[in-house]
Design a protein around this ligand. Structure first.
Ligand SMILES: [Zn+2]
Length: 82
């Protein structure tokens, strides 16, 4: 029986080659994340999760912003019902 290139062996070969490359490669350059303190809950969150609110005078995190909006909507509802 003629031994053709065994897919499993080939896979192992490629994998071991890749592992060598990975171990030799420099650590992946992790993108520097800017951390910002939310002015509402004082949680330290990533800049990405910060909503520039009121002309960027307040750094407010996503969850606080949602809460703020919910409060606003609820307040408006209450007011409009009166
Ligand atoms: Zn917050």
């Amino acid at each position: 029986m003629k031994q053709e290139a065994d897919p499993k062996q080939l896979k192992d070969k490629i994998r071991s080659k890749m592992e060598i490359q990975i171990s030799q490669s420099k650590p992946v350059n992790v993108k520097q994340k800017t951390l910002v303190t939310c002015t509402v809950c004082y949680e330290i969150v990533e800049q990405n999760d910060i909503i520039e609110f009121d002309g960027a005078s307040h750094d407010i995190c996503n969850s606080c912003f949602v809460e703020y909006l919910t409060t606003q909507i609820n307040n408006n509802k209450v007011l409009s019902n009166e």
